[in-house]
Design a protein around this ligand. Structure first.
Ligand SMILES: Cc1ncc(COP(=O)(O)O)c(C=O)c1O
Length: 349
């Protein structure tokens, strides 16, 4: 390895995102938890009427129009919001501001792999604590570890389970560091953690427009927390991290909650149907409150099925790692896409 990089960068493996096909490739894409429905018509309207004058100038450094729309939609003051180029950027800001050499970053596993990548980039100490049987949160161990940053994704990925509110409250009350509640999939769930943000200064809820709002391509996410906690994140944020088009698109999407909720309802109905079809094929299917299902084929031949599905143009997510390599994570698509997947699995039996 070359000497250009810091030793810890040489030692780390980079994050590997889900496969993204070129636009126009005829595949059924069920590997990155995108929304199968188009963005709100209000978003299309913004794109059609976008004034080039806004491209000539730098955008508002705080994406004020977008923050105001989030504030309206969620009923939180605008100064309790920080926006990012995808929620990944907000996670990155948190790590940059709060973690570093000699500081611990703690989370239960399996979960979103980017937490590990970001921690290694920042040379912080990584503490991974396995989830118990049936996705029981290792509450005591997390409290004892007392990270400078503790990440909890809820609904979690790849399991789809929701962490009980009481566990989150206990964590918030007992940790001296920051509790990051990553709610990327909250739009498909029955509960959320916003109340805890109001209750505890050390809690931040992270949201994205990539899933519920069908806007993975524009890269928009945000965090909601007490301004005292946000003050450090603002110090490490790029001045113009959200471009003018994204800011206007994000504001339009947040202002159309009815459309987002209607799409999420359709996904939830399809999720139940898909789960039931897969159970008929003798898959073990974990209960999910996200827009995907974690499933285990009866024969445990997840990698074989992943490859065979890919050959017929259906992409699902396979994780070649202990405890996950006998499972697949399947994004809920339209009913038609889900049916094509189920038929392909029947053909493989
Ligand atoms: C748990 C979790 N958090 C955050 C993200 C990042 O989302 P984005 O950067 O698209 O907002 C993802 C993406 O899949 C995710 O699964």
């Amino acid at each position: 390895m070359s000497d250009y990089f810091r030793p810890d960068i040489n030692a780390m493996a980079g994050y590997i995102p889900g496969e993204q096909a070129l636009p126009g490739t005829p595949i059924i894409k069920l590997n990155s938890n995108e929304n199968p429905y188009p963005p709100s018509p209000a978003v299309m309207e913004v794109l059609r009427n976008f004034n080039w004058e806004w491209l000539r100038k730098y955008p508002n450094p705080f994406a004020q129009e977008f923050r105001n729309a989030i504030s309206q939609a969620l009923g939180v003051p605008a100064d309790w919001i920080i926006v990012g180029n995808g929620s990944d950027e907000v996670l990155n800001l948190l790590i940059r501001a709060c973690a570093g050499t000699g500081r611990k970053v703690v989370y239960p596993t399996p979960t979103y792999v980017l937490y590990s990548t970001l921690t290694q980039m920042q040379s912080a100490e990584l503490v991974e604590i396995p989830y118990g049987e049936d996705n029981i949160l290792p509450l005591e161990e997390l409290v004892v570890a007392n990270g400078s940053v503790t990440f909890i994704a809820t609904p979690n990925s790849p399991s789809g389970h929701v962490v009980p509110a009481n566990d989150l409250r206990s964590l918030a009350a007992n940790l001296s560091g920051v509790l990051v509640i990553d709610e990327a999939y909250v739009d498909f769930a029955e509960e959320n953690a916003l109340e805890l943000v109001r209750e505890f200064e050390n809690v931040i809820s992270i949201r994205t427009l990539s899933k519920g709002y069908s806007l993975a391509g524009i890269r928009l996410g945000f965090g909601v927390a007490n301004p005292k906690l946000l003050s450090g994140l603002y110090k490490v944020k790029d001045s113009y991290n959200i471009d003018a088009i994204a800011c206007a698109v994000g504001a339009a999407a947040m202002s159309d909650q009815a459309y987002k909720n209607a799409c999420a309802e359709k996904v939830k109905v399809s999720r139940a149907k898909l789960a039931s079809e897969l159970k008929k094929l003798e898959f073990f299917v974990w209960d999910s409150q996200a827009n995907f299902l974690l499933v285990r084929p009866k024969e445990g031949n997840a990698e074989f099925l992943y490859q065979k599905l890919k050959e017929v143009g259906i992409l699902v997510r396979y994780f070649p790692q202990p405890k996950l390599n006998d499972k697949l994570r399947i994004t809920v698509g339209t009913d038609e896409e889900n049916q094509t997947l189920v038929q392909a699995l029947i053909n493989l039996q």
